[in-house]
Design a protein around this ligand. Structure first.
Ligand code: FES
Length: 88
């Protein structure tokens, strides 16, 4: 897997949109799925507060507003193992 960098804002505006939870869940998923290529780091306020947690992927200048860790995985193209439906 190609290395991917996920920068999650830790400013007060994004904390109000659960940035701490999103970062924590992402780190747990990263650990559970052995996604060593995914680097998660917390960064100071990106000056685009409101409407969700500000997340920047790789060196892309676009900042995305997200509300759930699933959305981060979707942008990275990662499917959570537990989310795969089983048919019996
Ligand atoms: S607090 Fe996150 S962009 Fe400002």
């Amino acid at each position: 897997m190609q290395e991917q960098n996920v920068k999650i804002c830790k400013g007060p505006g994004c904390k109000a949109w659960s940035s701490d939870r999103i970062a924590r869940e992402l780190l747990e998923i990263r650990e559970a799925l052995d996604l060593d290529g995914v680097k998660v780091c917390r960064v100071p306020c990106m000056k685009v507060c409101g409407g969700g947690t500000s997340v920047r992927f790789n060196s892309n200048s676009t900042i995305v507003k997200l509300k759930e860790s699933d959305e981060v995985l979707a942008v990275l193209g990662i499917r959570e193992a537990g989310a795969v439906a089983c048919s019996a």
